[in-house]
Ligand binder design. Structure first.
Ligand code: CS2
Length: 494
């Protein structure tokens, strides 16, 4: 059925949904966001929408994509408006979000994005560009040999990398006498503000030393913990949601009811009154972030790789499989003792809530989606936990089973799993390892080396690689179910 497009003019006639509780004209831009994907649109853009509805002004978002024009192509004809579908067992709760006021595509006009970031109205630059866009090398430093980094370091006139854009815009502000914006990284990285600060400084050191000194002195990079489960939108979602609101929405987003944002309160040019929208402002985000990365994201990755090997397509399907559920419980039991003590965390309440979130039957979150980019995710979700666990004298058997399952899934693509079922920046190198058909021990050794895992595992490297190799061997010979079972028995007899 041909419907009119959702837009500023049609919105008032939309049905079955909540409309922005403010005049869009009051949402003049104050934030530039890099990486305007589904997660941003279901998380930060919603908090800002709530702030605008509570009467704040001047905090609209300019959203930029660093690669593809798809989001802009879908949302620009809709005046930046889109539907948020909050899903639980009772169905979809629909709401039109209005906080995204302009959409840019960086490669089409890098200078325009730099100009928006350099505009005095821009007070915060936020990022969700995914782990791999930070272009870190095995030691966790900026990969200065990456062609895009090398090019941006050489000339900042039309950047390609996230570091290039930030540094080019900060340079422009400095030239113009505009104080720097605050950089707020919202990716799932450990100490994300501190990490991005280090990478940006390494970039600036290489590009312009004097500027590096300015950034070091003047620019704030608070850390944050962001949380909301946001599965990729499907064509079925587009059709169902468009039909419900009575207008064509080319790219709605869907998510779970739960949302959380913990932010370190250090903003040099002010910030929205986020507390009004339920954001927790703190002085140190680390305890929250470690709990989330290790318990939520660690379990997500583990259950996704084992789920894929056991033919489970979604998180809820995998999580309600008793064998996989048992695995997740035991993984949590390994991870919880590694969390910071005395920080007021309540890991038991946290995993109880996670169990409900992972079982949400209405939310189809594909295990293949979470499987993407494992080489970038496992270090902070699993490996850091395993290392900490070992240094406390505990066992990291289930944590390393998650790593073995990742390797087995990568190896299974084009065989038991469809080719290209998920992707990883390390794919070429992984492929080179697998074609030699090495033993399990050799496979783990080579993969760890190429993925830079050895540096993260430090002196626990040999022991943990050995554990992963035993699991990989069981998966190869007898399947993932047998490996889960063997790890469970090992735990029972310990
Ligand atoms: C997931 C996360 O795709 C993934 O790797 O683990 O995106 C997860 O859904 C979010 O971090 C939840 O906040």
């Amino acid at each position: 059925m041909q419907r009119d497009r959702l837009s500023r003019t049609t919105m008032q006639r939309a049905t079955g949904c909540e409309l922005p509780g403010y005049d869009l004209a009051q949402a003049t831009p104050g934030i530039v966001h890099l990486g305007v994907g589904a997660f941003h649109r279901a998380h930060q853009a919603v908090y800002i929408d709530d702030c605008l509805a509570a009467g704040e002004t001047g905090w609209g978002i300019v959203g930029a994509s660093l690669r593809s024009p798809d989001t802009r192509d879908a949302l620009a004809p809709q005046d930046g408006l889109y539907t948020l579908a909050v899903q639980d067992a009772s169905g979809d709760r629909l709401r039109i979000i209005g906080s995204l006021r302009e959409l840019l595509v960086a490669p089409e006009d890098p200078a325009l994005l730099v100009a928006r970031m350099a505009d005095p109205a821009t007070r915060i630059v936020t990022l969700t560009v995914t782990e791999k866009a930070y272009l870190r090398n095995a030691a966790g430093d900026l990969d200065l040999s990456h062609p895009d980094v090398a090019r941006d370091v050489e000339t900042l006139s039309s950047p390609r990398t996230v570091h290039g854009f930030i540094v080019a815009a900060l340079a422009e502000r400095r030239r113009a006498g505009t104080p720097p914006f605050t950089v707020l990284c919202c990716d799932n990285l450990p100490s994300n503000g501190e990490t991005v600060r280090r990478l940006v400084l390494q970039f600036a050191e290489a590009a312009d030393r004097d500027l590096a000194g300015h950034i070091e002195q003047e620019v704030a990079f608070p850390s944050t913990m962001v949380d909301r489960i946001v599965p990729a939108t499907t064509d079925e979602d587009r059709a169902r949601i468009s039909s419900a609101i009575g207008f064509e929405d080319a790219w709605p987003v869907k998510c779970e009811p739960f949302m959380q944002w913990v932010v370190e309160d250090h903003f040099t040019l002010g910030r929205p009154g986020w507390e009004r929208a339920g954001v927790t402002m703190v002085s140190d985000v680390r305890p929250f972030e470690e709990m989330k990365l290790r318990l939520l994201n660690g379990a997500h990755s583990g259950l996704s790789y084992l789920g894929l090997l056991c033919g489970r397509e979604s998180v809820s399907e995998a999580f309600t499989d008793p064998a996989i559920r048992g695995f997740v419980d035991r993984l949590w039991a390994e991870a919880i003792p590694t969390l910071p003590k005395g920080a007021g965390l309540d890991p038991q309440a946290y995993i109880a809530a996670l169990s409900d979130r992972f079982s949400n039957p209405a939310l189809v979150h594909r295990t293949a989606q979470i499987a993407n980019d494992g080489s970038q995710k496992l270090p902070q979700r699993i490996l850091a936990t395993a290392r900490a666990r070992l240094s406390d004298g505990g066992s990291a058997d289930h944590l390393m089973l998650a790593v073995a399952a990742w390797i087995a899934c990568c190896e299974a693509r084009g065989k038991a799993l469809p080719a290209g079922h998920f992707t990883d920046p390390l794919d070429k190198e992984l492929e080179a390892v697998f074609t030699g058909r090495p033993s399990s021990a050799d496979t783990v050794r080579q993969v760890f080396e190429r993925a830079g895992f050895d540096a993260i595992l430090g002196d626990a490297r040999q022991k943990l690689a050995h554990t992963a190799a035993l699991h990989l061997e069981t998966i190869r010979r007898n399947g993932a179910g047998a490996a889960i079972e063997a790890a469970a028995q090992e735990r029972a007899s310990a």
